[in-house]
Ligand binder design. Structure first.
Ligand code: ZN
Length: 79
């Protein structure tokens, strides 16, 4: 009997700021995006246990990003 164990990362775009902001990378005034990156332990390619979940704000134009907390992500999205 054997188990096929691995790790897999997933990214999910949660939405955009409600207000426009200035990007620190390209300097454009734009709606910055919020994304969640998570790593999971997989068994037979099925995600079973979350290893880490991180939130980032990013510029959809130049791609620069900065890590933020889950609480900040929720407040920026207005939830
Ligand atoms: Zn930018």
């Amino acid at each position: 009997m054997f188990f096929l164990v691995g790790a897999q990362t997933y990214s999910h775009e949660l939405g955009f700021y409600k207000k426009e902001g200035t990007c620190p990378g390209c300097g454009r005034t734009i709606n910055l995006g919020i994304a969640r990156y998570s790593a999971w332990l997989t068994v037979f390619f099925v995600p079973c246990i979350p290893l880490s979940i991180k939130y980032y704000k990013y510029c959809p134009d130049c791609g620069i990003s900065a890590q933020i907390t889950r609480k900040e992500a929720k407040s920026l999205l207005g939830q």
